[in-house]
Design a protein around this ligand. Structure first.
Ligand SMILES: [Zn+2]
Length: 249
């Protein structure tokens, strides 16, 4: 069983690629050339594309990849299908997708966009722009309550789940986390570790859910002491407060 590989794209995107012998699956191919180059270099045949949401940096490469690999299956969020200029199979919460020996469970995680999906294949979660290392996605379409529910459903997964978000925002997120969660002694050593990875041009992803539960301020909103520190009545209110502050950061 091979591990998903990060193909860097644009300024700070990752296109995750999973391989099975000479077949490949990619998640959110915003840039077709990055994928085509990798397929050629590694002698791979693309036969599956998973899409988390309709934003251009996640979907703009699909049409060109379909031209080159017409047999590749494209899995799209059902409620965002009309916003995505590609043909594919619409899926929704609760659906299962088989790919070779892998099975992906579709989870609805609205908030960043309303139709946003995550794909769970234990122990991996491809979560798009919902949960980042030390951060979470902006609320472009959904409410804070929707996003909080989505994050809560991800927090309920096994703690040893590996998260594969689409962006390398970690260092900026940690700067905010140090402000948001000033008494958290886990943050400084975690920042040093991530700075070392970035200094070597390595991804700070994937990341373990158990680590995010310790250092991600949005998930730490469940902590009563942190709620009290910011004088917020509950987890949802503290989450909303952090999200609003981060938007102005
Ligand atoms: Zn997005």
């Amino acid at each position: 069983m091979s591990e998903p590989v990060a193909l860097p794209a644009f300024k700070d995107n990752y296109i995750w690629c999973l391989r099975q012998e000479n077949k490949a699956l990619v998640v959110d191919p915003g840039d077709p050339q990055v994928v085509l180059d990798y397929m050629q270099a590694e002698q791979l045949q693309l036969d599956m594309i998973l899409v988390t949401h309709h934003h251009w940096d996640h979907v703009d490469g699909i049409a060109q990849l379909q031209q080159r690999y017409p047999k590749a299956r494209v899995i799209l969020p059902a409620t965002e299908q009309e916003k995505i200029l590609a043909r594919g199979e619409a899926v929704r919460h609760g659906d299962c997708i088989d790919w070779h020996q892998y099975q992906f469970q579709v989870m609805a995680v609205p908030g960043h966009t309303l139709g946003h999906l995550a794909y769970y294949c234990q122990p991996w979660l491809f979560c798009g722009d919902t949960l980042f290392n030390a951060g979470c996605g902006r609320l472009f379409e959904g409410t804070a309550e929707q996003m909080w529910q989505s994050l809560s459903s991800l927090m309920a997964l096994p703690a040893d789940t590996w998260l594969f978000p689409t962006h390398e925002y970690t260092l900026a997120n940690l700067e905010f986390a140090l402000w948001a969660d000033p008494l958290n002694t886990a943050l400084q050593p975690y920042l040093v570790k991530c700075q070392q990875l970035r200094a070597q041009n390595q991804a700070t992803l994937p990341t373990l859910l158990s680590d995010q539960l310790r250092i991600n301020p949005y998930l730490r909103a469940v902590d009563p002491a942190l709620q009290q520190h910011w004088q917020q009545a509950n987890a949802l209110e503290l989450f909303s407060f952090f999200r609003q502050r981060k938007d102005q950061w």
